[in-house]
Write a protein that binds this ligand. Structure first.
Ligand code: HGY
Ligand code: MN
Ligand code: MN
Length: 439
C-alpha cells in the first residue's frame, strides 16, 4: 500500500466524507505508509502474558492486583518507547499522548485494557492494548504526522465493569467505589493502588465532543469469524450489561432433625431461581443472554440447612429495554419461588452499562481499509462488553474484531493467531490514519 493508493483510497472513501484537501497534497502523505511491526507486537503480547501467569496457561491479572500493577509498569515502558508522553489519570487509566499538526483539535483515541478475569486468557484486551501502542510506534518510526493529537489509553478495570472508561464518560458512584473486587480491594482502594485518586474523579470526566473518535481492536471472544472464515469483524453495536447481587434469606437449621417440609432452604430456592433465569432468557426470540456466574451459600456446612445465599445475576442485550423486561420477569418468578420455599429475595443492582451502536462512517472506513488489505470482513454485534461502549458516549466509535480460535475466551485456552493479530493492528492503524483526515 503506497501513499498514492492511500490518497486515492481516501478520495474514493472521501466521496461521502469531507476531507482535508490541503493535507492530501501536503508532504504529510509522502513516502511509504506506516505498517505495524507484527513480530514486535506479538513479542510484546507474549511478554505481557508473564504478568499474572497461571501454571495451566493464561493469566489471573485481575484489576488492582500486584500483577496488574507490574504489567502496567511494563506497558508504561512500551508507551515511552513508542514516543508517547505517559500520564495516569485520577481513575488510574494509563494515557499516552502524541501531538498532532493541529493541537487544538480533540484527540483521536485508541486503546483497550490489560486487566483480566480470574484464570483468563492472554488476548482479551491485551491484543487491542499492544496494537494501540504498536500503532503509535509505527507512526512515530515513519514520522507520519497525524492532524489530530493521538491518545493511547489503557483503561483500568475493564473486567470489573468498564470502570476506568466509565469514569471518563460517566459517573462512578460512591456505591461502585466501595464495591469489593476480585483483588480484595475496593474500587477506590484499587484506583489508589494503581496511582489514581478516587477523590478527584471529576477531573477525569469528559463530555461529548472532547474526543474526535475512538477505535478499538479486540478479539471476537466468540466463534462467528472463524466459522465464516472472515478475517475482520466490523462491530455494529455492543451489548448493554446489567448485573445484580441477589440475596436469598431462608433459615439456617439442623440438617438432621429438621423435617423436609419444615425447611426454609435458601440454596434450594437458589437452584429454582437459577433454572427460572434460564427459562426467562431462553423463552423469547433474540440474542439476549443471562448468567448466574457466582454463588455463595452460608454458613456452608454439610450439616446445616443454608440460611442465606448470595448469587450474581447478569443480563445482556443490544437493547436496554429488553434487559429491563427480562429482569422484571425474573423478579416475578423469584416472588413465586420465595412463596413456595418460605424464603425472601433481595436484588441489589451493582452495574448497568448501556448498549452502544458504533459509528456508521467509521464502520465504512474499517470495511474499505480491510478490502484494500485483501481481507474479508463480517459485520456483527459484540456479545462482550467493551470500553468502546463507554467511549461511544464521547464521540464516534468503531471496533475491529479478529478471530478467536474455537470461539474461546475468558479462559486459559483463549488464542488468536499472530497473522490475525498483525492484520487487525494494520487495519487499526490505517483506519485511524483515514479517520484523522475526515472532518
Ligand atoms: O464481560 C465482558 O463482556 C468483557 O469481556 N469485559
Ligand atoms: Mn475485553
Ligand atoms: Mn473480558
Amino acid at each position: 500500500m503506497n501513499r498514492r493508493d492511500f490518497n486515492s483510497g481516501l478520495m474514493a472513501v472521501g466521496g461521502s466524507f469531507l476531507l482535508r484537501p490541503s493535507l492530501l497534497s501536503a508532504g504529510a502523505l509522502q513516502g511509504p505508509l506506516p505498517r505495524v511491526n507484527g513480530k514486535r507486537l506479538v513479542y510484546h503480547l507474549n511478554a505481557l502474558a508473564e504478568y499474572g501467569k497461571n501454571p495451566q496457561g493464561g493469566v489471573s491479572r485481575v484489576a488492582y492486583s500486584d500483577a496488574d500493577r507490574a504489567a502496567r509498569e511494563y506497558v508504561i515502558g512500551l508507551m515511552g518507547a513508542a514516543k508517547l508522553t505517559v500520564s495516569i489519570d485520577a481513575a488510574a487509566n494509563l494515557i499516552g499522548r502524541r501531538p498532532g499538526i493541529e493541537p487544538k483539535l480533540p484527540p483521536l483515541v485508541i486503546g483497550s485494557h490489560i486487566d483480566s478475569v480470574p484464570e483468563g486468557g492472554n488476548y482479551d484486551g491485551d491484543v487491542g492494548s499492544m496494537a494501540a501502542i504498536e500503532t503509535a510506534q509505527a507512526l512515530s518510526e515513519s514520522n507520519y504526522p497525524l492532524i489530530h493529537p493521538l491518545e493511547v489509553i489503557i483503561f483500568s478495570n475493564e473486567e470489573g465493569g468498564t470502570i476506568g472508561s466509565h469514569a471518563l464518560a460517566g459517573e462512578l458512584t460512591e456505591k461502585q467505589l466501595s464495591q469489593r473486587t476480585n483483588s480484595g480491594k475496593t474500587i477506590a482502594e484499587g484506583i489508589r493502588f494503581l496511582g489514581g485518586n478516587p477523590e478527584h474523579l471529576g477531573a477525569v470526566r469528559r463530555k461529548r465532543g472532547d474526543i474526535a473518535a475512538y477505535l478499538e481492536l479486540h478479539i471476537e471472544q466468540g466463534g462467528l469469524l472463524e466459522a465464516q472464515h472472515a478475517n475482520i469483524g466490523v462491530v455494529e453495536g455492543i451489548v448493554g450489561i446489567s448485573q445484580w447481587d441477589v440475596t436469598i434469606e431462608g433459615f439456617a437449621n439442623h440438617a438432621g432433625t429438621t423435617p423436609m417440609n419444615q425447611r426454609k432452604d435458601a440454596l434450594l430456592a437458589a437452584a429454582k431461581f437459577i433454572e427460572s433465569v434460564n427459562q426467562v432468557v431462553t423463552g423469547s426470540q433474540g440474542r439476549q443472554v443471562g448468567t448466574v456466574g457466582k454463588i455463595q451459600a452460608f454458613p456452608g456446612a454439610y450439616n446445616v440447612i443454608p440460611g442465606k445465599v448470595v448469587l450474581g445475576l447478569e443480563l445482556r442485550d443490544l437493547e436496554a429495554s429488553k434487559i429491563q423486561t427480562m429482569f422484571e420477569r425474573i423478579r416475578t418468578e423469584s416472588e413465586r419461588i420465595a412463596a413456595s420455599t418460605g424464603t425472601r429475595f433481595d436484588f441489589a443492582q451493582v452495574n448497568s452499562i448501556v448498549p452502544a451502536l458504533t459509528d456508521k462512517r467509521i464502520r465504512q472506513l474499517i470495511e474499505d481499509t480491510a478490502k484494500e488489505w485483501g481481507l474479508s470482513t463480517k459485520s456483527m454485534p459484540s456479545g462482550a462488553g467493551h470500553d468502546a461502549q463507554e467511549m461511544a458516549r464521547l464521540g464516534p466509535a468503531g471496533m475491529i474484531f479478529i478471530p478467536s480460535v474455537g470461539g474461546i475466551s475468558h479462559s486459559p485456552k483463549e488464542y488468536s493467531r499472530s497473522e490475525d493479530i498483525e492484520n487487525g493492528a494494520n487495519i487499526l492503524l490505517h483506519t485511524l490514519m483515514k479517520q484523522d483526515r475526515v472532518q
